[in-house]
Design a protein around this ligand. Sequence first.
Ligand code: ADP
Length: 758
Amino acid sequence: MLKKWFELIFDHRIGLRERMFRVVTGICMVALVIILPMGRSFANLLILAASLACIWTIVKVSIQRECIHTGATVITIMLLILFPVSFFTAGGFYSGMPEWFVLCFIYISITLEGRRKIGFFLLCTTETLLCYYIAYYFPEIVSRNTQSNSFFGSATSVVMVGILTSVLLLFVTRLYEEENEISKRQKKEIEELNKAENNFFSSMSHEIRTPINTIIGLNEMILRGDIPEDVAENARNIQGASKMLLTLINDILDLSKIKSKKMEIINVSYETGALFSEIVNMIWIKAREKGIEFRLHVDSSIPSMLCGDEVRIKQILINLLNNAVKYTSEGSITLSVRCERLTLNRVRVWYSVEDTGQGVKKENIPYIFNAFKRVNEEKNRHIEGTGLGLSIVHQLVELMGGEISVNSVYTKGSTFLVMLEQDIVDNKELGKFTLETRVRVREEEQYRQSFEAPDAHILVVDDNEMNLMVVRKLLSATKIQLDTALSGRECLRLAQIQHYDAILMDHLMPEMDGIQCLHALRTQPGGMCQDVPVIALTANAGSDNQLLYRKEGFSGYLAKPVSGALLEAAVLSILPKELVRLSEDDTQSEIGKDVLIFEQAQRTFLTVSTDSVCDLPESLKKEFGISVCPYYVCTDEGRFLDEIELKADELLSHIAEGKNGFSLPPSVEDYERFFAEQLTKTQNVIHITMAKHASQGYSNALEAARSFENVMVLDSGHLSSSMGLIVLYAAHMAENGATRTDIVRTVKNWDVISLPLS
Ligand code: ADP
């Protein structure tokens, strides 16, 4: 029986509460066997036998009926009755009984819960004190004990209670340790499951994108042809359905990323005007098609450059605006942007999307941000949607530390308000921003060839033959000579014998992936494509890949499935201008959200950059194309960006007034942002900093440069004007085609070099 009892206690399939109940009650039963005979009367023995039988039954019944808490309560009541009886019959405080009261306290604390625990604790305390009180003031009630009996009773009780509580603690600790171990194991299993689920979603998204690429690409070819209207209608429907499927995949992928905490917020500097134009360009035409007016109010005082996750902000606003168009059948939708300055370099931006559509019923508003929840189903059955959009928007806003709220009047319209705080990069105000000045007409459905380049030769690398065929067909009108390679190895072989003007490279390929292939191309001995711009053409969706591809040295990236217009826009932006003949009415094709070109024009090969502490006049910096990463100036009034927010003269007059002013170097993240921006304009950066013993700038820049392949950080070994002179000379060398090694040697040996006077 004892063996079975042990087995039950350590059986993990049984709940922890039940096992604890068994342990503690078992120990209390042992305690009863020990203490009740202390009274040494027949009545005591009878009470003992009856109590043990009772407790045994209570344990069995309460476990069977799954009412452990009630069982424990009944046993506590029995103990509270039995212990005083024993106390008075065994000799009061001249016996071993007082120690057993301690066991009663332990039993209550382990087996009872909530208010009951507190109640019985108080009861036990009162009872103990009452027993002592009675024994003290009415000693005649207490049965008399000889001194040897008292001595024996007390000693055995201390030892027994000690042993029993130790055993109890050992059991309890062991149980907790085991439970802890199990929960750790389960946590790991859940993490692994999440990882597997996430991998499944990304590979599923990749796998689904590949056939959709073929469907959309070939469908576009059908639409480009001279076809009867009914066929065109069908083809347009296929186009619409494929895009819907794509949105769904992107949403599921985003949701799984948020769930697994893999969604990263990447803050970069961006132009507020460009962001609004892009959004407006994507939405206004949809509104026009539905006959809805699109209004825009942008606070003219909003800074022209902010630092935030541009991609996600766009995603949030486009989602809200798309919904506004979707759920409005007449009237207008309005995007308003308002800004509130928090400090000199931080703003709070309020984006509001208002519509005069169907609105949301009051009782549905609390559920509107739930995933997969669509409200007003009876009205919206004919409107496409999955109920994922707002849930993603809500979680993205939270990830960015912002707030989102909704105000809606059923049948009248809704207003979604998003608040995001962002850092200011350029304090210059955006000024008047109107729809008329920004909107460019985009006829999405109608393909119009943008350029021809019969002399250009490009290579497309993809392990999927269908994808290669789609790209070939989509670019056929441009008359570009196009080679294809089915693997990275094949690409390297071709690059050894042929120079290409541009390469489009798939990312996920077996054996050698696109990134490995790009690195191999750049360092290929005797390779003819070492400096050729390469665009990542990838089904590995997710706009946060931007940083990855940029860091790896791609010139841009295109997400599959890609339309003909986007593909042409991407190729056009990297082909040498002399090879391209623009179409008559070409207004540089628009680059939509699925394409990101890191270099709009040919990048220079090498530029020299430095920090704002180099003391170079603006005119010289401009003349030699020297980019400057600003230091911070800290004054009594706050922290300012050197030369951007606080000019040298202002600082001097500030110091002349006897106030404090000292400079702080940019942080590692500041340098990372700066280098990433430089690499959109140049292929290699040499960044020259102030002497490393004088500032932390050098080590921060060096740390930041580790994230980039083509950034080199040099210590000028000097301060201010001398440093400026070195930077100027290095920039002059770069402009005249000096190699990286030459410039590095010059900067390192500056003290022994005599400058030419001219
Ligand atoms: P869906 O894909 O269904 O549009 P969302 O998560 O974007 O999913 O929206 C959830 C629900 O909220 C929608 O089904 C719709 O009922 C309601 N909703 C969202 N935006 C609006 C709006 N501007 N006007 C009215 N109802 C809206």
